[in-house]
Design a protein around this ligand. Structure first.
Ligand SMILES: Cc1cc2nc3c(=O)[nH]c(=O)nc-3n(C[C@H](O)[C@H](O)[C@H](O)COP(=O)(O)OP(=O)(O)OC[C@H]3O[C@@H](n4cnc5c(N)ncnc54)[C@H](O)[C@@H]3O)c2cc1C
Length: 512
């Protein structure tokens, strides 16, 4: 298991996947196209390429469905909160149209794949809304509605949204969608497994990418793979040699609750504009209908105690859905870019045949499908009129100063913590907690469990050497710089790191 918590999607979709055990060795294997990462981006791209005559290899460091795609709220919409007024004003009307068109194509592709393959994934056409929780937000959604008109989006204003939390108004876009993301992902996996052109290898971590003249080598834990073309669909690009993605991306975390409510489920998928942001929708399935509530957003590694984020969400649930019963809760993080536009295309201008798709900023359902279309077009040299805005090598003046400053601050904090003094306190660690302490003239990260067992690691991220923080809610060591996460033993839970933490042995303290 990748994360400490399964999501509701894992529990409800487990019976769909038919995992084929791949016994072949990967060392020295050749593919026309190698895809790193079997989340929605990787598998949708493979789906589109599977009939183009390529031999495709797909590797994933974990079991299928344990990337972010298994922890999403799965609203499939081109309504990415408020974005279009921002795009028109900070880029241009033309570029805003490109962003919209790419995501419309993504939405269309998901619907087509579901229909063509009769995928049972609880897909439901829905209206997507951005609602106003206060007067400030009301002004913002009205401005966004004006942007819809300029772009030809068939949007509308709803004075009385169907929400229980006294929304002041909402703007809507019809004919969007929602689904169970893992029922969909696992069905894609089954289709690809049955296709002669694709081979999927689970639990194979890519460690390094090395371009050569005419081909690319990807070293993995299972040997070196050679490919003509490589797609990095690993969520956060793990290779730091090119593209400087570690400076151009940060991760932002959200918390999700699936709950049974006493009220009759309402139609529509909702989100408000500014913090505290709540994303609210019902999930309809044959088994039962559940409320899916998300919120508590914060930059990864920045929250002192993540239990508070769950608490905030539970307070919102209890206030607005009296008597609700929590069925499942989980958290996850997504990659954010500073100009709010994903990176989809060539990984770096200086390397041919290496592609990337990342930075979906919690709108990865349509973006991952749009990325699949764009990447296939690039590989087949097909021109399109919507991919330029996503060019990863773009230089935009519109970097969000606030978020960039916050990022620099987090990275600095991550580095500075390494030289800050810490107490010698092995005795003072409470059961179920983790702490960085001095031990024999060096800093160590210690977690103590209820049986008085100590788990000690070097608390420096193996990715780019930031100091780690202990996440009490999920019992993990988290990196505030780029979002890597490790379990109490130092094993990798989430990239971009590709190396585990050093384990440290200590002498167990005698009882006081
Ligand atoms: C709480 C939350 C709610 C969200 N809600 C929505 C929503 O309602 N609508 C929406 O549109 N978007 C939403 N998103 C965003 C969306 O879920 C993501 O953008 C999307 O799932 C990303 O898909 P992906 O395939 O790029 O990444 P992933 O699903 O993370 O797939 C990447 C895969 O790469 C693998 N990998 C990583 N490193 C390596 C390596 N070195 N070697 C091999 N494999 C590797 C991982 O194991 C993983 O399986 C949400 C995100 C969060 C966090």
């Amino acid at each position: 298991m990748k994360y400490p918590r399964n999501s509701y999607w894992h529990e409800s979709a487990d019976n769909i996947i038919k995992v084929a055990k791949n016994e072949e060795t990967l060392d020295d294997k050749n593919f026309d196209v190698l895809i790193i990462g079997a989340g929605l981006t990787g598998l949708t791209t493979a789906y589109l390429l599977k009939d183009d005559g390529y031999k495709i290899g797909i590797i994933d460091e974990t079991a299928i469905g344990y990337g972010v795609s298994g922890y999403t709220t799965a609203k499939i919409t081109v309504q990415h909160n408020v974005i279009y007024d921002y795009l028109i004003n900070n880029f241009s009307l033309e570029e805003a149209k490109q962003y919209l068109k790419a995501n419309e194509e993504g939405l269309k592709l998901i619907k087509t794949i579901i229909e063509a393959n009769n995928i049972q994934c609880d897909f439901k056409e829905q209206t997507s809304y951005v609602y106003a929780a206060n007067d400030d937000e009301l002004k913002l959604i009205k401005v966004e509605l004006e942007a819809y008109k300029k772009l030809g989006i068939d949007g509308f204003y709803e004075k009385e949204p169907a929400l229980p939390n006294h929304a002041l108004g909402a703007i809507g876009i019809r004919n969007q969608g929602q689904f169970n993301p893992l029922k969909y992902l696992y069905s894609l996996y089954n289709i690809l497994n049955n296709s002669d052109s694709c081979k999927i290898y689970e639990k194979v971590r890519a460690l390094n990418i090395e371009p050569h003249n005419g081909h690319i080598d990807v070293s993995t834990e299972a040997g070196t793979i050679h490919a003509d073309k490589v797609i990095s669909a690993s969520h956060y690009p793990f290779d730091n040699s090119f593209g400087l993605y570690f400076l151009r991306l940060y991760q932002d975390k959200s918390y999700v609750i699936a709950a049974r409510t006493k009220e009759k489920p309402f139609e529509g998928m909702y989100i408000n504009v500014k913090d505290p942001i709540y994303s609210i929708r019902y999930h309809y399935s044959e088994k039962e209908n559940l409320l899916i509530l998300a919120g508590g957003n914060h930059r990864s590694g920045e929250k002192e105690n993540e239990e508070y984020s769950y608490k905030e969400l539970e307070d919102f649930l209890n206030t607005n859905f009296e008597g609700a019963e929590i069925v499942s809760k989980w958290s996850s993080q997504d990659c954010m870019t500073y100009d709010k536009i994903p990176y989809i295309g060539l990984y770096s201008n200086s390397i041919d045949n290496l592609y990337v798709a990342t930075g979906f900023k919690k709108w990865g359902m349509t973006h991952s499908a749009a990325a699949a279309i764009i990447l296939r077009n690039k590989i087949l040299n097909i021109d399109d009129d919507f991919s330029e805005i996503f060019n990863p090598s773009r230089i935009t003046l519109t970097q969000s100063a606030k978020e960039f400053f916050s990022s620099t601050k987090s990275i600095l904090t991550g580095f500075l913590k390494r030289i800050a003094p810490v107490p010698d306190e092995l005795h003072g660690i409470e059961a179920g907690k983790g702490k960085i302490i001095n031990y024999k003239d060096r800093k160590i990260g210690v977690y103590k469990n209820e049986n008085d067992d100590y788990y000690c690691i070097n608390p420096v991220c193996a990715h780019l050497k930031c100091s780690l923080s202990f996440n009490e809610a999920e019992k993990t060591w988290d990196c505030p710089c780029h979002g890597s996460r490790y379990d109490i033993r130092g094993n990798i839970l989430e990239g971009p790191t590709v190396k585990p933490l050093d384990k440290i042995s200590i002498k167990k303290p005698s009882k006081m």
